[in-house]
Design a protein around this ligand. Structure first.
Ligand SMILES: *Cc1c(COP(=O)(O)O)cnc(C)c1O
Length: 408
């Protein structure tokens, strides 16, 4: 196995369901004394046995390992698994989801290029475009996530890439990615997607016209709130550029984290079934509450993009948002501060439930967000939904009491 060559096991694996492949992808027990899981190789220096092999190891097509930063059997095992799950030519593990976004964008763009980015993209993605890419002479235009094939009106001669994310961070708009990809490819542009919400289980980006997939491994692949990692999976056309860029950045992941990510991957299917069911149960219950003005969950029939969701996705994860009818800050604090099962903190995709206030109005430029109530983003963890609903119900009782106090 080379540290550069594409995975040898992708493509054909598409005959089995992704859920099945989660158990087997990237593993070769019989190359490792029959041990089920791959070994954790802690490596910087990797010795070559002879002068001849040393010279070979300098060659770009070298089939072995040459230096810890550019690949070990542990990193290749994880990368092969992800490449196989996405049906990609190759996947590269990096130090965080944001590093995957940055690495993928830098691999496709150069000074003078124009980039289109969805207005509901993960906020640090926008920061990277507006600061880093701008500094290096790449211009970014944000577009309405609902644009679909209308994106052709925004294409310029120098538009090199279209960046998508479905559903959108915080606000959960779907995107017509196949329609966008058709326009992009007709004009010679590359399509990227952040598939952290979809995971390979619920959205198959390469079959929908995407060239480069980004996933924050930190979220569902790892699944236990204890690892930062990202991955970029690409078509054969883009895989070498992406790997070369990541290598130039010196970006890599630690062996223990790679091991945890591989372990998380094995159980992602069963975890996500529970996250999905609980998320839908919570969202449906929230829709019935008088304190709630709207629920933003693409799998609910009430979501404006539900048809698009059902067309392109095979399931949901546990992340969605809802908006409260306007209440005083003291009532919001009473609601949030007494919750027993929902932690308040960044990230998601772990075994535990989370709730986080968000303010989408401040984070967009191509569209407006005029829902006046407080948006709350919920991650449905693996707790029993009965207890999660009871916790929210008690929260609404506190909210109503505090609102009545404030009005008195
Ligand atoms: C969290 C997140 C990222 C970034 O992942 P990190 O590992 O935290 O850097 C990227 N995209 C989306 C949609 C995310 O939610």
């Amino acid at each position: 196995m080379s540290d550069r060559s594409p995975s040898s096991v992708n493509g054909g694996a598409k005959t089995q369901k992704v859920g099945t492949r989660l158990a087997h992808a990237g593993r070769s027990p019989h190359e490792n004394h029959g041990v089920v899981n791959p070994p954790v190789y802690h490596a910087s220096t990797i010795l070559q046995p002879s002068y001849a092999t040393w010279l070979e190891s300098r060659h770009p097509d070298f089939e072995g390992y040459r230096y810890g930063r550019v690949g070990t059997p542990t990193s290749r095992s994880f990368e092969q698994a992800v490449a196989e799950l996405y049906g990609a030519a190759d996947a590269v593990a990096v130090s965080s989801g944001l590093a995957a976004i940055a690495g993928a964008l830098m691999a496709v763009l150069k000074a003078g290029d124009h980039l289109l980015v969805s207005d509901s993209a993960y906020f640090p993605t926008r920061k990277f475009c507006d600061n880093m890419l701008a500094r290096y002479g790449v211009e970014t235009t944000y577009y309405d996530p609902a644009i679909g094939s209308g994106i052709s009106a925004l294409m310029r001669d120098n538009t090199k890439a279209i960046y998508t994310e479905a559903p959108g961070s915080l606000t959960f708009e779907m995107q017509d990615i196949p329609a966008i990809a058709e326009v992009a490819h007709a004009r010679g542009a590359v399509v990227l997607t952040d598939n952290t919400w979809g995971t390979p289980l619920h959205f198959d980006p390469l079959s929908k016209g995407v060239d480069i997939v980004i996933e924050a491994v930190t979220k569902y692949i790892c699944g236990h709130s204890d690892v930062m990692m990202g991955v970029i999976a690409s078509t054969a056309e883009w895989a070498p550029e992406v790997r070369a860029m990541v290598k130039m950045h010196g970006n890599c992941s630690g062996p223990d984290d790679l091991y945890l990510a591989l372990r998380g991957l094995r159980t992602m299917g069963v975890r996500l079934k529970q996250n999905e069911a609980t998320g839908i149960a919570l969202a449906t219950w929230l829709e019935s509450r008088p304190e709630v003005s709207r629920v933003y969950h693409p799998a609910l029939p009430s979501h404006p993009d539900n048809a698009l969701f059902k067309r392109d996705f095979t399931g949901a994860c546990g992340l969605f948002s809802f908006v409260l009818k306007p209440v005083p800050k003291s009532a919001l604090a009473a609601f949030l501060d007494g919750l027993e099962l929902y932690g308040m903190g960044a990230s998601w995709g772990g075994f535990e439930s989370l709730i986080l206030p968000g303010d989408p109005a401040k984070l967009r430029t191509a569209t407006t967000w005029d829902d006046p109530g407080q948006l709350l983003r919920v991650h449905a963890g693996l707790e029993d939904p009965v207890d999660l609903i009871a916790d929210l119900k008690a929260g609404f009782a506190r909210l109503n009491a505090a609102a009545a106090d404030a009005a008195a």
